[in-house]
Ligand binder design. Structure first.
Ligand code: ADP
Ligand code: MG
Length: 373
C-alpha cells in the first residue's frame, strides 16, 4: 500500500501561511506594503493591546474594485505580477498574492471598508479561512481601504503563546520596522498608535507627508538627533574596467557583462565619525534596497566596521538606501521577502568599505581638533 500521499489542501494552506506570516512584524509589513502599493498618501496603523487583540491599517489608497472582491484573498491572486519574468521589473512591494490569504488562515481577518476611486460607497468584506469571500455589506467610507487582523495565531497555540509572552518585545520590533517604512516613504503621512485594554491610547510616532527622508527622520527621531547626521551619498562602479588603474584584461572581462547592472548609488544619512556623535548600540540602523526595507547583515557589518575605525566606542545612526539595478538582486528568497540576495556581494562590500572610508576621512578631518578629544 502506498504510504506517500498528498497533504489535504486546507493543511497545506495553513503550513504555507505560517511561513509568510511568522510574527507580528510580518503582519504589519504586509499590510503597510499593500497600502503603499495602493498609492496611499496617508497610512494609519492602530494596535490594540500591543497587537495581541488587533492590528488595524487604514489607508487612502486606490481601494479595491468590486470585480476583485471574490479573488482578493485567494492564494496567489495578485494585481502586481502575472508571470515570473515580471519580477525583474517589479515596482511594487508585493508580488506573490500570499499575504491576505495567509492572514485569513491564521487570524480573524476582514476588510473593514474599501472604496475604490470612483466607487460611490464603501464595502465591508468578510472571508472564510481559505480566503474565499464569505459576504459583503455596504458601509459608509472615504476612499481607500481599512483592514483588520484580530487575534493573530488563534489557531496556532504555540505561536499564540509565544506572541503573548513576548508581546512588548514584539511590539517594539514592529515599531522599528514601521519607522523604516515611514522614513523611506516620502510624501506619505504615517501615524501609529496603541490602545491598551486598560488605559489610554498612545501615539507611538507620526510623520507629516514630508518631501524628504530627512524630514521624515526628524519627525520620528527628533530634529536634534537628525541635525547631527551627515548626508550619505556614495556612488561606485562594480565594473572593474571603470575603476582607476583597471587592467586591459579586466576591461575585456567586463565587456561581456551587462553594464547597466554595475552602478550602485547609496543615499541616506549617517552619524559623523566623531566620538560622542554615534550611538552606544547599533539600534538605529535602517537599510533599504530600492526603497524596500530589508535585512542586510553583511552590509550593516561593513558600515559598523568602517565607522568603528574612526570612532572606536560607538556605532553610527544609519539610514541607507541602496539603488541597484533590478537584475543585481533577488527578493524572492524567503517567504517574508526581508532577506535579499545581492549578486556579487563580496565585491560590493569591498567597494562600499572603500567609499565609506573616503566619506568618513573627509568628515573626520573637517571636525575641529577640540571636538575630537
Ligand atoms: P500582493 O500584495 O502580493 O499582491 P496580497 O495578498 O498582499 O498580495 O494582496 C492581494 C491583492 O489585494 C493585491 O494585489 C491588491 O490588488 C489588493 N490589495 C491588498 N491590500 C490592498 C489595499 N490596502 N488597497 C488596495 N488594494 C489592496
Ligand atoms: Mg501584499
Amino acid at each position: 500500500m502506498a504510504t506517500i500521499k498528498a497533504i489535504e489542501g486546507r493543511s497545506v494552506h495553513q503550513i504555507q501561511s505560517g511561513q509568510v506570516i511568522i510574527d507580528l512584524q510580518s503582519v504589519c509589513k504586509e499590510l503597510v506594503e499593500n497600502s503603499i502599493d495602493a498609492g496611499a498618501t496617508s497610512i494609519e496603523v492602530r494596535f490594540k493591546n500591543n497587537g495581541l487583540d488587533a492590528i488595524e491599517v487604514q489607508d487612502n489608497g486606490a481601494g479595491i474594485a468590486p470585480d476583485d472582491y471574490d479573488t482578493i484573498a485567494l492564494k496567489h491572486y495578485t494585481s502586481k505580477l502575472a508571470t515570473y519574468d515580471d519580477l525583474a521589473s517589479l515596482q511594487t512591494f508585493g508580488f506573490r498574492g500570499e499575504a491576505l490569504s495567509s492572514l485569513c488562515a491564521l487570524s480573524n481577518f476582514h476588510i473593514v471598508t474599501t472604496r475604490a476611486t470612483d466607487g460611490p460607497k464603501g464595502t465591508k468584506l468578510e472571508f472564510e479561512q481559505s480566503g474565499k469571500l464569505r459576504g459583503t455589506s455596504v458601509v459608509a467610507a472615504k476612499q481607500g481601504t481599512t483592514v483588520v487582523v484580530e487575534t493573530l495565531f488563534h489557531n496556532l497555540p504555540v505561536r499564540r503563546k509565544e506572541l503573548e509572552k513576548n508581546a512588548k518585545r514584539e511590539y517594539s520590533k514592529v515599531l522599528q520596522l514601521l519607522n523604516a517604512y515611514a522614513c523611506i516613504s516620502v510624501g506619505v503621512k504615517f501615524s501609529v498608535s496603541n490602545q491598551m485594554s486598560k488605559g489610554r491610547k498612545t501615539v507611538a510616532f507620526s510623520t507629516n507627508a514630508n518631501p524628504t527622508t530627512r524630514d521624515n527622520l526628524s519627525n520620528v527621531y527628533g530634529a536634534k538627533t537628525i541635525a547631527a547626521l551627515i548626508p550619505l551619498n556614495l556612488a561606485f562602479d562594480m565594473d572593474p574596467s571603470n575603476r582607476p588603474g583597471a587592467t586591459q584584461s579586466a576591461r575585456n572581462w567586463s565587456a561581456q557583462e551587462d553594464p547597466g547592472s554595475r552602478k550602485i548609488t547609496i543615499l541616506g544619512h549617517i552619524s559623523r565619525p566623531v566620538v560622542g556623535e554615534g550611538r552606544q548600540t547599533p539600534d538605529r540602523q535602517m537599510f533599504f534596497v530600492n526603497s524596500r526595507p530589508c535585512s542586510l547583515p553583511q552590509v550593516a557589518k561593513a558600515f559598523n566596521e568602517v565607522y568603528r575605525s574612526f570612532n572606536i566606542t560607538q556605532s553610527p545612526f544609519v539610514f541607507a538606501d541602496m539603488k541597484l539595478d533590478t537584475n543585481a538582486y533577488d527578493v524572492n528568497v524567503s517567504p517574508d521577502k526581508r532577506t535579499i540576495l545581492l549578486h556579487d556581494q563580496t565585491a560590493l562590500l569591498e567597494r562600499l568599505k572603500e567609499a565609506l572610508f573616503e566619506l568618513f576621512e573627509g568628515h573626520a578631518q573637517s571636525v575641529p581638533q577640540a571636538q575630537l578629544l
